[in-house]
Write a protein that binds this ligand. Structure first.
Ligand code: ZN
Length: 508
């Protein structure tokens, strides 16, 4: 009885947050520009209502009673995990003063407008006072939320529970040591390549092919849809309605297709969550107040990267699908040899812009941002010195000179949104994807499927290892159950090293 009352309350909170997500989907796909201001107010009202419902004394009373009722269950029973997460979230939100929360929301609106102008004019000085305010507020937030060692711990913990400045420094040092020289060597070998996929590709045909791939990966269109947008994303309103988006470029094949594969990976996670977890804490991030079933942001990204990179860029995938692609685009691809196509789809070109980065150099962009975020949070780097610090790290890791701030420190929206701490999850997703894929493809049924472009067995494996558990287990618990160990960069480094040295003929 008590647990049912608790579950009903969380279900109502999940309903509110799903409604926010519907509004968010609409705002990013369908809404006319004129709706932006009132839509922001509508979403804020619902989010505050969800937060208030969560932190209310009544919720704690329901948690207390339900905990007494369920104390004989195993510690990792879904009910006990749901209760533990709800209690942790209530206590977290109660530590953050409402005034700080409000100032943070207000600052975001102003800072984002300033960032858009600063980036357009490539003038960091216009953004600098706002970023100073955001860093100060993030430090205030970290003090309120609490942390063990480094103020960054409190921020990264919002996105990737368990990670800290110390654990990330250890992981990223190891990745950087291997990826900097590999990126240089492969980048040099690929420097003369011509981008043969920069040609006209009819958007209707791109969309049809993207749908085919999403379906083959196992995405269920009776519980989902694919729409165009500016910045692609996946969003779900329970497992029964999981939507993906992509961005089409009429003069290039890769961005939309890669985006569709990526978001399909996210979508498969949400569509695969145990139906019993629908409208529960195990399909709701009660810390971020976001209706999502994935265990962490990094775990979510592992599924998108796995389908985008390990499947979607692979030789067996294209051996089956390249003839279909050629048939759809005979003018552009009819006479293009398979090897040229496959190499171009896996091109390596160290560049200045993160969102345009290739698979091999992408993490270098992420890691330098994280290094900067940590230094800003602990005060060892001042915002006024940021452009110089940025340019020095780009030179160190990518070997490139940054000509202006638009192509440098001003390129990403993240900091202007008022958040430091989300960047690490991209690289964690890459590391986790390789670790899972390594074990999955050791299963003979999965690997036979991959060779025949039958992705049912892979989806079944991931469904059992990851998807169906929702937020019941932590990221590392999932990894230990599926691979026997916590997050480990070795499979990822071996994958990149083997793949790119072979593709570009670079000796070890
Ligand atoms: Zn993603």
């Amino acid at each position: 009885m008590s647990y049912a009352a608790f579950a009903e309350r969380i279900a109502s909170i999940n309903d509110l947050l799903c409604a926010v997500s519907v509004m968010q989907w609409d705002a990013r796909t369908m809404m006319p520009d004129g709706g932006a201001v009132t839509r922001g107010q509508q979403m804020a009202t619902l989010s505050v209502a969800a937060r208030d419902m969560l932190v209310a004394d009544e919720t704690l009373r329901l948690i207390d009673a339900a905990e007494r009722e369920t104390q004989s269950l195993a510690e990792d029973a879904p009910e006990r995990r749901a209760l533990a997460q709800a209690r942790r979230a209530v206590l977290h939100h109660r530590r953050i003063p409402p005034d700080l929360q409000r100032r943070r929301t207000e600052l975001r609106t102003v800072a984002q407008a300033a960032w858009i102008k600063a980036r357009a004019e490539s003038n960091f000085a216009l953004f600098r006072p706002h970023l100073e305010a955001i860093v100060a507020m993030s430090r205030e937030y970290a003090e309120a939320a609490g942390y063990a060692t480094h103020p960054y711990d409190a921020m990264v913990g919002l996105f990737e529970p368990g990670e800290t400045a110390a654990s990330l420094t250890l992981l990223f040092d190891r990745l950087r040591m291997a990826l900097v020289p590999l990126g240089r060597a492969v980048g040099a070998a690929a420097a003369g390549d011509i981008d043969v996929l920069a040609q006209p590709f009819a958007i209707a045909d791109q969309e049809a092919f993207g749908r085919l791939v999403a379906e083959r990966f196992g995405y269920d269109f009776s519980r989902g849809r694919l729409d165009p947008t500016v910045h692609p994303f996946e969003i779900s309103f329970t497992r029964n309605d999981v939507r993906i988006t992509t961005r089409y470029n009429a003069n290039h094949l890769v961005p939309a297709l890669q985006g569709t594969m990526h978001e399909t990976g996210h979508g498969l996670y949400e569509q695969g969550i145990d139906p019993a977890f629908t409208r529960t804490a195990l399909a709701t991030d009660l810390i971020q107040l976001y209706a999502v079933g994935g265990a962490s942001f990094g775990a979510h990204e592992s599924q998108s990267r796995l389908y985008e990179n390990h499947v979607g860029r692979s030789r067996p995938f294209w051996a089956v699908h390249y003839p279909l692609l050629q048939a759809r685009f005979p003018a552009a691809l009819g006479s293009l040899p398979f090897e040229t196509f496959h190499r171009t789809f896996n091109t390596v070109r160290p560049g200045l812009i993160r969102v345009e980065a290739d698979e091999l150099t992408y993490d270098l962009h992420i890691m330098l941002r994280v290094e900067i975020e940590m230094a800003l949070m602990d005060g060892s780097l001042a915002v006024r010195d940021l452009p110089e610090a940025w340019n020095a790290l780009v030179k160190r890791d990518l070997g490139l000179d940054v000509p202006d701030d638009r192509l440098g420190v001003l390129q990403d929206i993240h900091w202007s949104s008022g958040y430091l701490g989300s960047f690490p999850t991209y690289t964690i997703g890459n590391v986790m994807a390789a670790q899972l894929f390594d074990v999955a493809k050791a299963d003979p049924i999965v690997s036979a499927g991959l060779d025949d472009a039958d992705y049912g067995p892979l989806r079944a494996w991931l469904g059992e290892a990851v998807h169906r558990h929702g937020r019941r287990f932590t990221r590392d618990e999932l990894l230990i159950r599926a691979t026997g160990r916590a997050l480990d960069p070795a499979p990822y480094l071996a994958y990149l090293d083997g793949k790119y040295r072979a593709l570009y003929g670079v000796a070890a």
